[in-house]
Design a protein around this ligand. Structure first.
Ligand code: FES
Length: 121
C-alpha cells in the first residue's frame, strides 16, 4: 500500500460525500465533526457504488438497497432494507439480501498534511 492523496480539505464538506479515487479504487471522503473519513465506494452487498446515496450524521446510505455504513469506521448499521428507496417488508429484505450477511464497508484512515488528505491504498 502507498500513501495516496485523495483530496484537499477545501474539497470536502460535512453535508455530502466527495467521490475521489486512489490507485484506481473509487473512494468516498467526507468530514464528520473535525475528522476526515473515507470508505470504499463499493457497497459490500453487491459491490455497487454508493456515491449517490444519502449522507447524514456521518452515515452513507447505499442508494440501491438501503444498507447504511458509518463513513468514519465502515461499520454496517443497517443491512438491505429497501429497493431504490422503497422500503421492503421483512421477507423481501431477506430475499433482496441474497443470502449475504451484514458486512462492513472497507474503511481508510485519512491523514492530513497541510491541506492535503491522503489514505493508504
Ligand atoms: S448494493 Fe448496496 S445495499 Fe445492495
Amino acid at each position: 500500500m502507498t500513501k495516496t492523496k485523495i483530496a484537499t480539505t477545501s474539497d470536502v464538506s460535512t453535508d455530502k460525500v466527495l467521490k475521489t479515487s486512489a490507485n484506481g479504487q473509487s473512494v468516498l471522503v467526507a468530514k464528520v465533526g473535525d475528522q476526515y473519513c473515507a470508505v470504499a465506494n463499493k457497497c459490500p452487498h453487491l459491490g455497487l457504488p454508493m456515491a449517490k446515496g444519502k449522507f447524514e450524521n456521518g452515515v452513507i446510505t447505499c442508494p440501491f438497497h438501503g444498507s447504511k455504513f458509518e463513513i468514519c469506521t465502515g461499520k454496517n448499521v443497517e443491512w438491505v432494507d429497501s429497493f431504490v428507496g422503497i422500503p421492503l417488508p421483512g421477507a423481501a429484505k431477506k430475499m433482496m439480501a441474497m443470502g449475504k450477511a451484514p458486512t462492513d464497508v472497507a474503511n481508510f484512515a485519512v491523514t492530513q498534511d497541510g491541506d492535503d488528505l491522503s489514505i493508504d491504498a
